[in-house]
Design a protein around this ligand. Sequence first.
Ligand code: PBG
Length: 337
Amino acid sequence: MMSKDFRLELTQRPRRLRRTASLRGMVEETVLRPEDFIAPLFVVDGKAPPDEIKSMPGVFRLNLTDLVRECRALRKAGVPAVALFPKLEPRLKDEEGTEALNEDALVLRAVRAVKKAIPELTILTDVALDPYTTHGHDGVLTAGGDDVDNDRTVGILSQMAVLQARAGVDLVAPSDMMDGRVGAIRRALDAAGYSGTGIMAYSAKFNSGYYGPFRDAVGSAQAAGTRLLSKATYQLNPANRREAISEALLDEAEGADIVMVKPAGMYLDIIRDIREATRKPVAAYQISGEYAQIHAAARLGWLDLARCRHESLLAIKRAGADMILTYFAREMAEALR
Ligand code: PBG
């Protein structure tokens, strides 16, 4: 029979340090700051008002004027950096992604506008062809059309990176997962006189189902009439851990300044592995599907948005990320103030 005054004789009672808010604060191991976040932003041409992405509540495609306004608000909230993603009109897309090398391309005009208005804000741009190709792949296709032509793609990406550096980008972010692209981009940047422009490599980018809302946002889901888009020949298999570490080490050897893991929340083990394998800063990208899931459940009344937002980001930082790309950047930064 268990008596009412049953007592354990414990030396260690871990709950002692959870007794008051002040004690809990003293032993808190991971703390989120506005400086931890990078805000991905979608930009469109023209003068249309902000256009909300259906599967990403609170995320809008912005024209250049609204983009600059949003960047000012982010800066004011203490967010140090933005990652710009263009959404092109379909008429500008082709098989080869030609528009990516237009010196007056939308994303380059966006970079110049933001740099001019808020010079101290760090700007990242994606180096990949998916917003520019009719088929939505990150590169140009082989003659047979059933694969991406790795080396020809890398040649184009290197030129793209130079255009971005010339427009004033601080960090180019190759997100295509082609072999050898970090080294080629580094050489191209240096040869063009941009040795100060950094590379944040999407090193461990997995072939994820959770990119769905992003592909809606930039219109890269799949071209009308073609077979379902699979990026499995270049993005990592979600089953693979050693391969992810090896990709990060390769990118470091090729000249990456920062290595990234993407998605973030389902890949915390990979973030930790890469944190331990390299001394470079590690970034993690909490992607569109992670954001959409939290919002969808909150809308149904099944999860508390503010708590789960905070917890999801805290977990990514605890796993070892030095910086986090997240669509929650502004609201988190504002909530932390
Ligand atoms: C493609 C790219 C993708 C994202 C960033 N750059 C998606 C893809 O590979 O199709 C995803 C970001 C997100 O889902 O939030 N170069």
